[in-house]
Each structure stands twice: as structure tokens, then as C-alpha cells.
Design a protein around this ligand. Structure first.
Ligand code: NAP
Ligand code: GDD
Length: 325
């Protein structure tokens, strides 16, 4: 079979880096859109950068997306690029809309113009369910976003559905619940906890300050979810799929498990809360039902909560033990 080409946005992020590794292993030619930074930072792709074709580009710039799509001539396009941090979306709502909502529109427009036969994956989010109207959430659950980020993802979701219906393009949404790993950005709660616990265990910090400990999330392991992304584009007809573990745990439970993994029993001694980490509107509880992905794509999450906590804490412990500060 001829080598297939995938074009990935967001390749320097958590999911993009795992997806690029996954696609290279499958024999894809992987092209990626990377934004120019004053201090170049290849994030999590430094070890594979020689195997990728990189295009300078930005989701806020139509011509750079047109150029990348035209040159790469992809069979599959994965739109993982986004301003993805919910808290920041309250402080920078217009930027979040530009990148996360209109960026997706620009990309599918570029695909429509330059590679109309390509299959497109849009990284949609359980954050779209927001103030949840059903428990657990699946593909039929109405959206009620609670942040500018969630609102932007709803826009992108419907833009994709619209292009699918209007122009018969193969565009699929993965409605993914939270997924984490040692590559998770340091400000997201799971990584903030695993890093904070490792700092305390290695005596680099005395306390860990968090926001709402009662929020619950359906946390899975990121490498499982890039497999789902690929499967979503291998179907006969495009569809939208929830990706989730089906289990939900509170931030407090994550904290308790993380301290235990580091061999520290009384976590309450070390954890403080501060309202500055609370959000103007919170998504209190999320739990997904991925039955459709199991049925149609043969996908299911393999890594459960406790194993995920262990992977993240051990990685941060190792990192902090190897570094002096
Ligand atoms: P992430 O680690 O925050 O990565 C975001 C990526 O987007 C980075 O590569 C970033 O590049 C890139 N990016 C940001 N602004 C851009 C712009 N203006 N133009 C081009 N690229 C830009 O996110 P992630 O956790 O891997 O998530 C991947 C995608 O899935 C995101 O769309 C996210 O919203 C969505 N999602 C994630 C989860 C989750 O739990 N992880 C769940 C549901 C949906 P730089 O390195 O240059 O900043
Ligand atoms: N970040 C952070 N920092 N969150 C905290 C803290 C803290 O100190 N303390 C409590 N939390 C709570 C937040 O209020 C939220 O309810 C929960 O922990 C998870 O927050 P994040 O880890 O920042 O993730 P998120 O759920 O808001 O968003 C992530 O998942 C979405 C999928 O549902 C991101 O990856 C989004 O891009 C993704 O779409």
C-alpha cells in the first residue's frame, strides 16, 4: 500500500506528540504545522523531529494553513492545535475563540480548497457538556459549555458537522474526556498534582495549592486516546465519538492517590486551597459513556485511574530526583 500522509496541528503538545509517534510506527509520512516562537521549543517531539515534515504556521493565519495543506497533500488531517487551558480562556476569551474555534474553521476550509478528499479529525471535548444535562454523557447529550474554551469547542464541533453535511467531506469529531500523561502541561490539575507531590517528596517544596477539590473528571491515559483518534478516521462513513473510561474521580481522590504513590500518607498536611484557582463558571462533574466507540471502532480505554496516577507520579519523581532544583 502507498505511504499515507497525515498532517497534524498541535504536534508539540501532549496528544500531538503521542499521535505523531503512533502514526510514524504505522508507517505514515507525518507532516505538522508548528508555530514560530522567539525561542524555538519543540516540546515533546525533539526525539522524532527528524522524521517529520514541519510547516511554519498558525491556526490564526489562513494562508499558512492553505500552504501546509497544499504542500503536504494529506490523506488524513488531525486538528489538535488549540488554546486548550480552560482557566486561561476566561482571561483570553477572544484569543481562545480565534485559535480554538475559528482556527478549526480555517483548517477545514483549507482542506476543502486544497485536499477535499482528505479525512479530518477534530479534537472536540467533553468540556462542551459543561453543566451536564445527562449522566453519563454520550454522543446524544446536549452541550452546555461553561467556559470560553467550551464555547469555542462547540463552535468548532458544529463547523465540522456543517462542512461534513454541506460539502460531503469526511470530518469526524472525537469528543474526548480528560486524558493525561507525564507529557501533560504543568498547569493542568493532574500534572500540577504529580509534579507538586514529587517536589514535596524530594524536599523542593513544602505545600501544594489547588482550587476546587470536589470537581470530578473521567481521567484516562493519553496514549489510549490517540489510538481512538486514528480509529475514528478509519470508518466507512464519518461520525462523532465519545472517548472516555466510564469512571469518574474527584480532584481530592487524585491528590490522595498521588501522595500514596510517593509514600506519603497524610496528604492534608501539605495541601492548601486558594480561590484564585476557582473558575467563574465550573464544570463540576464529567463521566463519559464510550459504548459507541467500543461498538463501532473496537476501542476501549486500557489504563485505569490508579495506574494513571502511578505513571504520572513516578515520572515526576524520577525527573525531580535527577535534577538538583
Ligand atoms: P496541549 O498540550 O495544550 O497542546 C496544544 C497544541 O496546540 C500545542 O502544540 C500548541 O503549540 C498548539 N497551538 C496553540 N495555539 C496554536 C496556534 N495559534 N496555532 C497553531 N498551534 C497552536 O493540548 P493537548 O492536551 O495535547 O490536547 C490536544 C487537543 O485536544 C486540543 O485541541 C485540546 O483542546 C483537545 N482536547 C484535549 C483533552 C485532554 O484531556 N488533553 C480532552 C479533550 C480535548 P505550542 O507548543 O506552540 O504552544
Ligand atoms: N488546572 C487546575 N489547577 N485545575 C484545578 C485546580 C488547580 O489548581 N484545582 C482544582 N482544579 C479543578 C478545575 O477547577 C477543574 O474542575 C478540574 O480540576 C480539571 O481542571 P484541568 O486539569 O485544568 O482540566 P479541565 O477539565 O478544565 O480541561 C481539560 O480537559 C478538557 C476535557 O474535558 C483540558 O485538557 C481541556 O483542553 C479539555 O478539553
Amino acid at each position: 500500500m502507498a505511504t499515507r500522509t497525515a498532517l497534524v496541528t498541535g504536534v508539540t503538545g501532549q496528544d500531538g506528540s503521542y499521535l505523531a509517534e503512533y502514526l510514524l510506527k504505522k508507517g505514515y509520512h507525518v507532516a505538522a504545522v508548528v508555530r514560530r516562537l522567539s525561542t524555538p521549543a519543540l516540546g515533546h517531539i525533539a526525539h522524532i523531529v527528524d522524521q517529520l515534515t514541519l510547516f511554519d504556521g498558525d491556526l490564526t493565519d489562513q494562508s499558512s494553513l492553505d500552504h501546509a495543506v497544499r504542500k503536504a497533500a494529506p490523506d488524513e488531517v488531525y486538528n489538535l492545535g488549540a488554546q486548550s487551558f480552560v482557566q486561561t480562556s476566561f482571561a483570553q476569551p477572544a484569543l481562545t475563540g480565534e485559535v480554538t474555534a475559528l482556527g478549526a474553521l480555517r483548517l477545514i476550509q483549507a482542506v476543502r480548497t486544497h485536499a477535499p478528499g482528505a479525512r479530518v479529525y477534530q479534537a472536540s471535548s467533553s468540556e462542551m457538556f459543561g453543566k451536564v444535562e445527562k449522566e453519563p454523557q454520550d454522543e446524544t447529550t446536549p452541550f452546555h459549555p461553561r467556559s470560553p474554551y467550551g464555547v469555542a469547542k462547540v463552535y468548532a464541533f458544529w463547523a465540522c458537522v456543517n462542512y461534513r453535511e454541506a460539502y460531503s467531506m469526511f470530518i469526524a469529531n472525537g469528543i474526548l474526556f480528560n486524558h493525561e500523561s507525564p507529557r501533560r502541561g504543568i498547569e493542568f490539575v493532574t500534572r500540577k498534582i504529580s509534579d507538586g507531590v514529587a517536589r514535596i517528596a524530594t524536599r523542593k517544596a513544602r505545600t501544594l495549592t489547588l482550587g476546587n477539590l470536589d470537581a470530578t473528571r473521567d481521567w484516562g491515559y493519553a496514549p489510549d486516546y490517540v489510538d481512538l483518534m486514528w480509529r475514528t478516521l478509519q470508518t466507512k462513513t464519518p461520525g462523532d465519538y465519545v472517548g472516555a473510561t466510564g469512571e469518574s474521580h474527584s480532584v481530592r481522590e487524585f491528590v490522595e492517590a498521588a501522595f500514596q504513590e510517593a509514600g506519603i500518607e497524610s496528604w492534608e498536611k501539605y495541601v492548601r486551597t486558594d480561590e484564585r484557582y476557582n473558575r467563574p463558571a465550573e464544570v463540576f462533574n464529567l463521566r463519559g459513556d464510550a459504548a459507541k466507540a467500543r461498538r463501532d471502532l473496537g476501542w476501549q480505554a486500557t489504563t485505569r485511574f490508579r495506574e494513571l496516577v502511578r505513571i504520572m507520579v513516578l515520572a515526576d519523581l524520577e525527573r525531580h530526583r535527577a535534577r538538583k532544583s
